[in-house]
Design a protein around this ligand. Sequence first.
Ligand code: ZN
Length: 127
Amino acid sequence: MSDVTSPSPSDAHARPTPLELRRISPAEIEIAWSDGATLRYRAALLRDKCPCATCRERRRGEQEKRDSAAGERPLKLPVLSAAEAKPLAIERVRPVGHYAYNIALSDGHDSGIFPLELLREIGQHGP
Ligand SMILES: [Zn+2]
C-alpha cells in the first residue's frame, strides 16, 4: 500500500493544529499554528463570527431586517446596550477536545465553540 494511491485531502495530517495560544491584549489573542502561521483574533471579530445559536439567530435577524428595509432606509443610529457599548474583551479560552476552542467574551457570551477550521479561516495576520 502506498499513500500516493489514496488521496485524502481531509487527512488529519494535513490539518494545522494550534501549538501556542497567547494573549496580546485584553481584547486580542494570537495562535501559533503547526504549519508556521501565526494568526490574531480580536474580541470583536470572534463576537462577529461566533457560531453559537444565539449569535446565529441574531445575525439572521439582522439580515432579514436589512432585506426588508431595502429601498426605504430610515436613518437611525443603532441602539447599543450597556454591555455592547463597553469595549469587548476576551475573558477565557478553553480547549474543547482536539477540535475546537470555547471562547468566553466579556459581554456574557461564553457558549461559542470555535472549531479549529473556523479559527484558521477568520484569523488575521499580525503586523
Ligand atoms: Zn455567540
